[in-house]
Design a protein around this ligand. Structure first.
Ligand SMILES: [Zn+2]
Length: 110
């Protein structure tokens, strides 16, 4: 059985139940994640695709690899920003969780 540790409240839950645990215990995290997914689908992915299309169409007219390097840097940049935002959000949620659960109830809620 695969067990995973919740990044917010540190409770160990089965991997299969992690989603249910998040929905039950951290609805604000689920909501934030949904917004993040929508942003990725409607803003970040199209911007990546259009950059790769621009690179494919016009890249050969410019300095070789210069535009492509820019595209790669942009993609990596958005990924890094997304990871940093995720970590900051989880840290904020963990702080909020500890404030509302000062006794650190362990495995009573799944
Ligand atoms: Zn949790």
């Amino acid at each position: 059985m695969i067990r995973t540790r919740c990044p917010i409240c540190s409770v160990e839950v089965e991997a299969m139940l992690y989603r249910a645990h998040r929905e039950a215990s951290h609805p604000d995290y689920v909501q934030w994640g949904g917004g993040k997914v929508r942003l990725s689908i409607y803003v970040i992915l199209p911007s990546w695709v259009s950059l790769f299309v621009v690179d494919a169409l016009f890249g050969r007219f410019l300095t070789p690899d210069f535009l492509f390097a820019g595209v790669v840097a942009y993609v990596l940049g958005t990924v890094i920003v997304a990871i940093l935002l995720e970590r900051r959000k989880i840290r904020d949620l963990r702080v909020a969780w500890k404030e509302t659960h000062p006794l650190f109830e362990k495995a009573t809620k799944t």
